[in-house]
Ligand binder design. Structure first.
Ligand code: HEC
Ligand code: HEC
Length: 411
């Protein structure tokens, strides 16, 4: 599956390059590239060199390691296409920084299916919604891209001037300025703005970031059917008395796009176990999501501590490790955690002096923020998710991977 995805991507970019993207609006989407492909057979020798669009430049920048301080780290190194644009296979928490050895705090999320995230805010009931990053601290992709570019744990540019110097040294610096309508004497700020705009445009335009080509989509379109187990898994996923997963990971079509996103961009504290890593070596340090320390505007809101944004589950079979702190390696364990967090806590949390350390990635005073209700059950109750439900749900989650094709002739 990952190999096929990579080939699709390659074919798309080759077609786009061949077609020169002229006369088709220039957006680097697969459909435009295919539409342009008909003209490929008779290229005119005198055709002017194609002018790359901002999205084309964004594509190059996304794969450009030389804009990082180590010279080794592109966006694409952490957001790997064959892994659903999330962490590279086998990676734990991402390594970045000037030397490329500093371990970050959080798992790398997929950068697909974010178009509907919207900006961060509170709804009429006072519930947090939307925004980019696990804690919603960026409202737009432009603002978001500045995060990794200047984050000392990631691409580690010390300031705008340092990044502008790296941008000027690119072989396609002239194309970047042309696509952004900038003069040769563009300032540091203008160049950096152009680069983050290009990255945003690429992610907004390129079909790979919102392909909707999973088996789930094919079933929705009536082109194929689920296996019995997948069908049972979807039922358990939706059932408010069992998985209740869809109450946060929405499985109904989102308004306006007619496709399910498997998130409503809401925030919850699930009480996932602490990941003992370099980043959390200090026992007094806690990553509390909405209330900090990566964002500080909600620092006084103790009721929001421990809450992280619900991720989309599209391509989740490709995007291990799981949860904001990468504390789980498999989908089986994630679903078992939902089923037995409070029924068999010794399986998930360490025991010290005979005492299970419940919700050990939250300071003691904030553990009351932890989410209750299905699928979570109180100690002593029966599990909402049976072992059979859990296996079925995992089978269903595996239908959310992009790149599913119905067998030939089954259209
Ligand atoms: C060292 C690994 C690394 C690199 C390099 C990196 N990212 Fe990320 N990316 C992450 C991590 C980790 C997060 C989550 C951080 C957080 O939530 O605080 C993230 C989050 C994001 C998000 C938000 C996803 C969401 O679900 O809200 C987007 C979009 C994104 N990155 C795009 C980019 C772009 C564009 C670049 C290049 C300019 C880039 N990333 C470079 C690791 C990386
Ligand atoms: C109350 C809302 C809510 C419910 C119900 C819920 N989730 Fe989640 N889910 C979240 C949030 C929030 C996160 C991120 C939490 C974190 O990282 O701290 C998450 C994370 C996940 C992840 C990890 C994804 C990743 O990219 O790291 C998976 C897989 C998942 N949920 C599957 C499920 C399944 C399956 C169910 C039903 C059994 C379910 N969830 C029920 C809110 C919910």
């Amino acid at each position: 599956m990952p190999i096929r995805l990579r080939l699709v991507g390659l074919a798309t970019s080759m077609l786009a390059a061949l077609a020169g993207l002229s006369g088709c609006g220039g957006a680097s989407t697969a459909s435009d590239a295919n539409a342009g492909a008909e003209t490929v057979s008779a290229p005119r020798a005198s055709a002017p060199a194609p002018v790359p669009t901002l999205a084309d430049i964004g594509n190059r920048l996304f794969n450009e390691a030389s804009v990082s301080a180590s010279g080794k780290l592109a966006c694409a190194a952490c957001h790997v296409e064959s892994r659903g644009h999330a962490d590279a296979e086998g990676s734990f928490l991402p390594l970045g920084g000037v030397e490329g050895r500093h371990q970050g705090l959080r798992s790398t999320p997929s950068v697909r299916y974010l178009d509907q995230a919207g900006s961060f805010g509170f709804d009429a009931q006072g519930r947090a919604r939307g925004g980019l990053f696990w804690d919603g601290r960026a409202d737009t992709r432009q603002q978001q891209a500045r995060g990794p570019l200047f984050n000392g744990d990631e691409m580690a540019n010390v300031d705008v001037a340092a990044l502008a110097t790296r941008l000027r040294a690119l072989p396609y610096a002239g194309d970047l300025r042309a696509a952004a309508g900038l003069p040769a004497a563009a300032t540091d700020d203008q160049l950096v703005d152009a680069a983050v705009n290009a990255l945003a445009r690429f992610q907004a335009d390129d079909v790979r970031f919102h392909a909707f080509t999973s088996k789930f989509d094919a079933v929705q379109d009536g082109r194929t059917t689920f296996t019995d187990q997948e069908q049972r898994g979807l039922a358990a996923f939706n059932d408010p008395q069992r998985g209740n997963c869809a109450s946060c990971h929405d499985s109904r079509p989102a308004p306006g796009i007619g496709r399910a996103l498997f998130t409503n961009f809401s925030y919850h504290a699930l009480g996932v176990p602490r990941n003992r890593s370099q980043a959390t070596a200090d026992p007094a340090f806690f990553d509390l999501g909405l209330c900090g320390p990566q964002r500080n505007d909600l620092a006084g809101r103790n009721d929001l501590c421990g809450m992280f944004r619900t991720p989309s589950l599209r391509n989740v079979a490709l995007t291990a490790p799981y949860f904001h702190n990468a504390s789980f390696a498999t989908l089986e364990d994630v679903v078992a955690f939902y089923a037995t967090r409070d029924l068999d806590p010794g399986r998930w949390y360490p025991t010290v002096n005979g005492q299970v350390q419940l919700y050990d990635d939250l300071p003691a005073g904030l553990r009351t923020n932890v989410q209750r209700g299905a699928p979570f059950r109180r100690a002593g109750q029966a599990a909402a998710i049976s072992p059979q439900d859990a296996a079925d749900i995992v089978a269903f989650l595996r239908t959310l991977t992009d790149g599913f094709n119905t067998p030939a002739g089954a259209q």
